[in-house]
Ligand binder design. Sequence first.
Ligand code: NAP
Length: 281
Amino acid sequence: MILKGKPVADEIKGNIIKKVNEYRQDGIQPKLAILRVGERPDDIAYESRLIKNCKTVGIESQIVKVDDKINMVDFLSVLQQLNEDENINGILIFRPLPKQLKEDEICKFINPLKDVDCMSPVNTEKVFIGDKEGFAPCTPEAVIEILKYYKYDLAGKNVAIVNRSMVLGRPLAMLFIGENSTVTICHSKTKDLGEILSRADIVVTGIGRGKFFNEKYFTNKVTVIDVGINFEGGNMCGDVDYDKVENFVDSITPVPGGVGIVTSMILLKHVIKGINLQLKI
Ligand code: NAP
């Protein structure tokens, strides 16, 4: 089975639109602030996609542009205004940031109730202790949403995640544990990767190497969630050699059209979650 992202994203989108309409009736216009430093072309491209996505669900977006020479004091002052602005429900800061801006301090400074991209250690801690009243990073949440949409019972399943980063592997392991799965995290120093993957019911790949995993890594019963985004000869591909693996494994997410499209929608879902959290205090 091909686990396409679009139906999952469409379902989330429908729920967001419903909530946006409810909030509007109560006089609340959901709003995302996008804080961009400098004029990096990939940031600008991502920003355009985000603005478009926001429009399709009725979320307002506000772009806050600052010079890439901005110092830490001035940057924190801009962020403070966004933190305090009652009309803003979510804040997204594009990264990487220039060297003079200390990401650690910025992560601690962002209002945790508006931290839609899970930068704040407050939200990271919530993910690790299993408190759902915070924001998880969008990609790990997208992985779980896809599996739930396709009615996977995650309890007791053996899950292998090939990635140990803070944006993917580590928080995702916590989300799977929250679903009563048994998790193995693999990385570049893991021995016998193939043997570990062959014991898994679900494999999540996120190593950033195009078509690295062929059918030899998998059994025909496994579900493969390919998070990798790579470009080969101008074409986007995942970490899995999709053409070789597609008909061999039980199910797999395509790239493009899999995890990425759901991840984008999770960010907007977080803006709505932000309103809920902000109204509670
Ligand atoms: P990262 O920080 O570079 O992490 C890569 C991970 O893969 C590391 O844990 C690394 O191990 C491991 N790894 C690399 N080569 C390996 C190998 N040969 N065998 C086993 N493990 C290996 O990257 P990231 O930021 O987490 O992103 C990972 C991928 O996901 C990228 O392709 C990125 O584009 C994609 N991504 C997709 C989405 C989405 O929405 N679909 C969102 C974010 C990221 P070490 O820790 O030992 O170095």
